[in-house]
Design a protein around this ligand. Structure first.
Ligand code: FDA
Length: 290
């Protein structure tokens, strides 16, 4: 896929490149367009402490660059990239180093949410670290049946929360199989995160979706409740629905674009293909031609 020019283009549509400099150049471009950003060094489920340390070092280097370039960029990372499969304590120590440096350069860190195997441990680690690290955010997935309960705990914590639909293949016992149910759940959870008591507790929600209907819903609810545009944000992935950036910004919507990079792009790329059959058809056609 990296070698054939058309499929290579498709990979590069979603991934800034393999190196941190590739991501930094995209982050600079987004900043020049007046957009705030997030950055992910792709990788997950590392098997050795040395690999977890390498991922941690990459985030620390990135934060150095973010500080130097005065970028309004937040790292967004996976706990299994920092060693969650090996040891909770090791992972927490790696995360703490990243969060502390992020705080020193004036930014946050979002902990991505992975498959349901990790939901409980990820939220437990978040609940433990959040009181000490006010610049730490986490993610919840609207497709999981458990999420309304998790959101109540996060509201109590006054958390920084990204709400997404969810990108993993989960069994129906745990996640809504029907897209309509997922969308309805997303709208309900958005309402909850924008509720007056959640706002009063300091909850800062990031609404991660390219679904125009849900983006509109969030903006309407926030406007109706008089919630300032510095109290929430919309989030989108690099390479998806760029056509919406202009209109959203023209409407004054707070928007963050998440830029992934790294050699380990395959899992991320496959999730983006799986979300949209048209992407997969395009890929298969190009591979056939190749
Ligand atoms: P939906 O899939 O309904 O798509 C709405 C529209 O967006 C589509 O009609 C299409 O136009 C466009 N679109 C969506 N995906 C596309 C694609 N791959 N290619 C082309 N067009 C596409 N998930 C997770 O499990 N854990 C996490 O931590 C995160 N983090 C995260 C951060 C950010 C900033 C975003 C935007 C998303 C995530 N996700 C995630 C992924 C999320 O769970 C979900 O899989 C995708 O956002 C796709 O769902 P939508 O909400 O966009 O809706």
């Amino acid at each position: 896929m990296e070698r054939l020019p058309p499929t290579r283009r498709l990979v590069h549509r979603f991934v800034a490149g393999e190196r941190a400099v590739d991501a930094l150049s995209v982050l600079d471009t987004l900043a020049s367009q007046g957009l705030v950003s997030a950055v992910t060094y792709l990788g997950e489920n590392v098997r050795t402490a040395a690999d977890a340390a390498r991922a941690t070092a990459t985030y620390l280097d990135l934060l150095g660059q973010i500080g130097e370039r005065k970028l309004r960029t937040t790292p967004s990372l996976k706990l299994t990239h920092l060693g969650l499969d090996l040891d909770d304590t090791l992972c927490a120590a790696n995360l703490t180093r990243v969060v502390e440096l992020a705080r020193a350069v004036g930014t946050w860190v979002w902990i991505d949410m992975e498959s349901s195997r990790y939901t409980e441990r990820t939220l437990a680690l978040y609940a433990r670290l959040r009181p000490v690290h006010p610049n730490l955010g986490c993610v919840v997935q609207a497709y999981l049946r458990r999420t309304p309960g998790d959101v109540e705990h996060l509201v109590e914590l006054g958390a920084i929360v990204r709400l997404c639909k969810g990108a993993y293949h989960e069994p129906p016992a745990l996640a809504y199989p029907d897209k309509r149910d997922v969308d309805a759940s997303y709208a309900r959870l958005a309402d909850r995160l924008l509720a007056p008591d959640a706002q009063a507790r300091g909850v800062y929600p990031g609404f991660a979706t390219h679904d125009e209907r849900l983006q509109r819903h969030v903006l309407e609810v926030a406007a109706a409740r008089g919630i300032g545009r510095d109290r929430f944000e919309l989030q989108m992935l690099y390479g998806i629905r760029h056509d919406l950036h202009g209109p959203l910004r023209a409407a004054g919507a707070p928007l963050r674009v998440l830029v992934p990079f790294g050699e380990d792009w395959y899992g991320y790329f496959m999730r983006r293909l799986a979300e949209r059959p048209a992407n997969l058809l395009f890929l298969l056609r190009q591979l056939g031609r190749g």
